[in-house]
Design a protein around this ligand. Structure first.
Ligand code: SF4
Ligand code: SF4
Length: 547
């Protein structure tokens, strides 16, 4: 689907609401807001003079009178004129009036086009990062069709002001809008041009993705759990700590947070608040869980805030499920019920969340590949991913990588993949399963782009370095210091530089197949000049910010 068409579709959904009113210039005349309002009845549009501050004032007034204004700014450059109304009034109104007045407005803020004609320096500036810092309401980046859908799913609740950043240069781009582009075996880093170029220039970049947990606890004892190898000093992740971390992450430019890492985040009482709060800050949120403690009564609250919800579910039969995942057979049925409920709520409400299942495959679990692939289809989830098991550098989990090459195991995975349909995709992480647990690179460049935090609050480059024996790589703890301070500290960059230096050899010093592996492979080739960086053309993949 074209980027422009996706926005047009959102405008048309909005227009169905009697209270929605569109404001700006070139709405009724001229480009009809770059074509996105061309089929909207003119009675719902207010054509304003070119007076950005006045436009914001009008929208605020209409919102106070019970309308739902959608305010269109053709370019960031001239929104500076409107900052008084947006920052001093709109942003502070609810707090200053102690909740008496609210003005929920949707602000469409366009970054001007740079092609086909060079528009001049005052017509192409991008103030996204500045907007994110000077207002408290969410600023959503819409860089592809998926992000457009997610931004408007939130925005049309009209609970608070929301800014949606559009990019005029993308208007004629085609984007994938289905399961085909769900990349489960690879990295999406190449789509993050600005971050890669900044890194290549030697700048201190914010991570694109942070993978973390809200606790180190877990109610299961999976035989393949890497968490048991990550022992470190546990601090209390309070709600204040979690909220401060999320706020810092959004402020420095992190795009996505996944609650996976080394603990079962459903064991934290703050999980639901954290997901909702993170989303309200404009972060893409995701959850990986065994699902047993996931509250059915909260699914409706969190599903619209999640990009994906992934169930860690490594067997298709109850007895084997209990053996492999260290729990009771009854848990198998309980989790199935929760998955069914999540799928039903998603479908009923047309939520844009991807619901998946993940099998961590040790060669000795191969009898469960096909039962699980069938089960996933029956449950109506979007995908089942079959992945390798990671092990530490001493092989403590005893993963036999040579057994992944056995013919019958490979055939079973292929058969499982053949169960895929238009709405259900079974995919194996072949590149890792058939890697023999080896890597080709020695220096590690990935963590500045995708970092991991332990459920203890510990900040380290990756989960494989969480254990206390790797203390020299430990950067700080968000229970003791804000994430922003940790990220700005020299220690952060000393550790990142150390693992990227010749003093470090990932081939001998690290465990196998870490989370950053595919990112590392890509960056290693880039650094060595084996590939030239070029942003992929055309379609953007789903879940782009979970690299
Ligand atoms: S559910 Fe996750 S954290 Fe818990 S034991 Fe299993 S792998 Fe480890
Ligand atoms: S290569 Fe080593 S240091 Fe780098 S992310 Fe992987 S396990 Fe961590």
């Amino acid at each position: 689907m074209k980027y422009q068409d996706a926005i047009k579709r959102e405008m048309e959904i909005l227009a169905e609401d009697d209270k929605v009113i569109f404001l700006g210039y070139n709405l009724i005349h001229g480009s009809k807001s770059y074509g996105t309002l061309k089929d909207i009845d003119v009675s719902k549009c207010v054509e304003t003079p070119v007076a950005e501050n006045l436009m914001a004032g009008l929208a605020i007034g209409l919102a106070l009178e019970g309308f739902k204004p959608v305010l269109f700014y053709e370019r960031h450059d001239f929104m500076l004129i409107a900052l008084d109304a947006l920052v001093n009034h709109l942003d502070k109104m609810e707090v200053m009036s102690k909740g008496q007045f609210k003005a929920p407005i949707i602000i469409r803020a366009i970054v001007g086009a740079t092609k086909p004609l060079y528009p001049g320096l005052q017509h192409m500036q991008d103030f996204t990062e500045i907007f994110k810092r000077i207002v408290h309401f969410p600023v959503y980046e819409a860089n592809n069709v998926e992000e457009i859908k997610r931004a408007y799913e939130e925005a049309r609740k009209f609970e608070k002001p929301v800014m949606v950043i559009e990019r005029k240069d993308l208007y004629s781009e085609e984007f994938e809008d289905n399961q085909e582009k769900l990349i489960l075996d690879g990295t999406k880093l190449a789509w993050h041009k600005e971050r890669i170029e900044a890194w290549l220039r030697g700048e201190r970049i914010a991570p694109i993705t942070i993978d973390c947990a809200l606790t180190r606890r877990c109610n299961y004892k999976c035989v393949y759990c890497y968490g048991q190898l990550q022992e470190n000093d546990e601090k209390r992740m309070t709600l204040d700590v979690i909220r401060r971390f999320l706020k810092d992450a959004a402020e420095i430019g992190v795009k996505a947070i996944s609650f996976v890492s080394d603990g079962e985040s459903t064991c934290s009482a703050y999980l639901y608040d954290a997901i909702i709060y993170g989303k309200s800050l404009g972060l893409d949120m995701a959850l990986g869980t065994n699902g047993r403690l996931l509250r059915k009564d909260r699914l409706k609250d969190i599903l619209p805030c999640l990009t994906y919800l992934r169930f860690n579910f490594s067997a298709g039969e109850p007895r084997r499920y209990a053996e492999i995942m260290g729990c009771k057979e009854e848990d198998f049925y309980e989790v199935i019920d929760i998955i069914k409920e999540a799928v039903q709520i998603k479908k009923q409400n047309n939520f844009n969340v991807t619901i998946g299942m993940q099998m961590v495959l040790m060669p000795e679990f191969k009898d469960q590949i096909l039962p699980l692939a069938k089960l996933g289809k029956e449950l109506g989830v979007d995908y089942l991913v079959i992945k390798h098991c990671s092990d530490d550098e001493e092989g403590n989990l005893g993963v036999k990588y040579d057994k992944y090459f056995e013919k019958d195991l490979i055939e079973m995975i292929k058969e499982a993949e053949s169960y895929s349909t238009d709405t259900y995709s079974v995919k194996a992480k072949w590149s890792k399963i058939l890697s023999g647990g080896k890597r080709d690179y020695s220096q590690c460049y990935g963590p500045p782009f995708i970092i991991q935090l332990s459920g203890s609050g510990l900040v380290a480059p990756c989960g494989m370095l969480f254990n206390d024996k790797y203390k020299k790589y430990h950067i700080g703890n968000i229970c003791e210091k804000s994430f922003k301070e940790i990220w700005q500290s020299d220690k952060y960059w000393e550790v990142m530089n150390l693992i990227a230096s010749e003093k470090f050899d990932a081939k001998t010093m690290c465990g196998t197949l870490c989370l950053q592996h595919k990112v590392n492979e890509f960056l290693d080739k880039l650094k060595k000049g084996e590939i030239e960086y070029k942003q992929p053309e055309g379609k953007f993949p789903m879940h782009i910010n979970f690299i």
